[in-house]
Design a binder for this molecule. Structure first.
Ligand code: ADP
Length: 272
């Protein structure tokens, strides 16, 4: 049954990002709760997000989609499944760093989501803790497809995205060092690796002790240093897994399908 936007009541603000505001809303008739993202500018971004969410509704690792609305002012609203435990960024800030046992589960779910997307030629391009949502059922889902891209075939190069963030891979900061082009899937794997790194260590590599983000330092470190590695407290499997995610050369970096076979992920859950 299609949901009418007039039947939704705003309860509270869940977050805001580049795209707009996200509200927790309640459907008056059914009392069901949803998340409603309202995008005031950049309708193009909203339309591309909707088309990706609509095509991924059968993936349990991508946030659920329940419809989209457009009003006469050109505002777009996207109705999504409400993830009642918020993002991994919030979880890190409130509960502190994640144990390796917890990260195995989180990593496997994110990887399953990324593998699903990559198999359909969708590159997320903004994987980071704030864009991974969790709920009390223990589900982990990828959200925010505002800057994602669908490539028409796997060899299409996509260095068109001009955004910058701290989770970007060396080949996105410095395309010329990698032949000037790359397919983009490996960039998601790098950002995924940094996401796990941050959740385990508490901060991004090269940003010790929550120091303020200094772009010049960060970009130089990512492009010219050895790739970041996990501390000795992490298991051998975890450290090796991280090294496979953070290979500087994108063609050597493991794909999502390869990573799903890595012992860190594929180890029997009961061993924990
Ligand atoms: P933007 O594209 O503006 O960055 P996001 O989609 O990343 O917006 O959402 C911003 C924040 O809102 C997220 O980090 C999260 O805290 C919250 N949020 C987004 N979608 C949901 C959802 N479906 N359920 C619960 N919280 C959400």
């Amino acid at each position: 049954n299609a949901i009418n936007i007039g039947d939704l009541e705003k309860l509270l603000i869940l977050g805001h990002g580049n795209g707009g505001m996200v509200y927790k809303v309640c459907h008056k008739d059914t009392s069901a709760t949803y998340a409603l993202k309202i995008i005031r500018s950049n309708v193009h971004r909203a339309l591309s997000e909707v088309s990706i969410l609509r095509h991924a509704t059968d993936c349990p690792y991508v946030v659920g989609f329940h419809g989209s609305f457009e009003n006469s002012n050109g505002e777009m609203a996207i109705l999504m499944e409400y993830m009642d435990n918020g993002s991994l960024e919030t979880a890190l800030a409130t509960n502190g760093t994640f144990s390796e046992e917890r990260l195995v589960v989180v990593a496997r779910d994110i990887l399953n989501g990324l593998a699903y997307l990559h198999a359909r030629n969708i590159i997320h391009r903004d994987i980071k803790p704030a864009n991974i949502l969790v709920n009390t059922k223990g589900e982990v889902k990828i959200a925010d497809f505002g800057v994602s891209k669908v490539v028409s075939h796997t060899f299409e190069m996509c260095n068109s995205y001009v955004g910058t963030n701290a989770y970007m891979s060396p080949e996105r900061f410095n395309p010329d060092a990698y032949g000037g082009s790359y397919d983009g899937f490996a960039g998601d794997v790098w950002s995924f690796g940094l996401t796990l790194f941050e959740l385990y260590v508490g901060h991004l590599p090269f940003l010790e002790g929550g120091e303020r983000l200094n772009w010049a330092t960060l970009v130089c470190a990512i492009c010219f240093n050895e790739p970041p590695s996990l501390p000795e407290t992490a298991s051998v499997e975890f450290r090796n897994f991280m090294a496979c995610c953070l290979k500087k050369e994108p063609s050597e970096r493991w794909t999502t399908t390869q990573l799903l076979t890595h012992p860190f992920i594929s180890k029997d859950l009961r061993s924990y």
